[in-house]
Ligand binder design. Sequence first.
Ligand code: GTP
Ligand code: MG
Length: 306
Amino acid sequence: MVTWIDALSKTRNKLSNTLAKVFRRSDALDEDTLEELEDTLLGSDVSMALVTEWTEALQKGYRGLRVSRREIVHNLLVGALGEWPPFAWSREDRPYTILIVGVNGTGKTTTAAKLAHHAKQAGLSPLLAATDTFRAAGAEQLRIWADRVGCDVVAGQQGADAAAVAFDALDAAIARNSDAVIIDTAGRMHTKQPLMNELGKVRRAVASRLKREPDETWIVLDAGMGQNAIIQARQFHQMVPLTGVIVTKLDGSSKAGFVFSVVKELGVPVRFAGLGEGMDDLAVFDPEQFVEALLGRKQEEAVRSR
Ligand SMILES: Nc1nc2c(ncn2[C@@H]2O[C@H](COP(=O)(O)OP(=O)(O)OP(=O)(O)O)[C@@H](O)[C@H]2O)c(=O)[nH]1
Ligand SMILES: [Mg+2]
């Protein structure tokens, strides 16, 4: 199982020299240090708007405060990730239904399977719905995962109507008394309107069978895509209102700062993060853990500012 500390090592290494310098200083930050900090943050894919906000707060924040600069940075970063409590499975609205969307290859199918595994670990009986009917391999891939996870799967034939498959999957879940349904969808470019319309249809099919909107609609974003992912997410948000984000492939990415930009730009929480390819490599997103893993161990850097 990949840990946060492991997964964020590349980004942390990138930030560590500069942060160590920032944390060590007890007086006002000089121009050079601030510039270096800005460059490092931008290099980790934090957006310009956030970088400016943070460096300004950092310049102001240390004065007269009896807290370490590390603490100020910690609070700024955690604060930027929003106030949402970490995700927990609900047993109230059964079957608790999650629609997974996103562009091609971001990790939707893998993530849907990991989510089913997560639900099982929490004691729920999940059902996977394979509505990627574009490719024969789309359904097959999820079937193999369902086998591994040990959960039910409903898959459409190649070429079948994705919305009809979603409807059938909910039917099956209701009949089998499943606790949760995770609907995998085909990857689609945010610029291809007919494919985006199809996604709207899938959502309507879910809503008509459930008699409520999907409980969650999560976009899967690849951490390596940076700002481009935010443009994609905005387009998806217009077609199927998003309630959260899953960031995949954080492991191996040196651009984990992207996560802050996503929350800022979309105004929805990050719910899970993909930290590796295995079934267990999906972590509930916890801002505190994420920020601590980015900043590195406390004792190395805790220097009181006054
Ligand atoms: N390292 C790493 N690899 C991941 C992660 N999530 C997914 N992958 C890999 O990314 C590749 C694509 O994953 P899929 O789940 O097939 O992506 P998809 O979004 O369903 O792709 P399409 O259905 O073609 O749009 C696979 O090789 C996965 O193993 C992750 O968090 N970390
Ligand atoms: Mg897929």
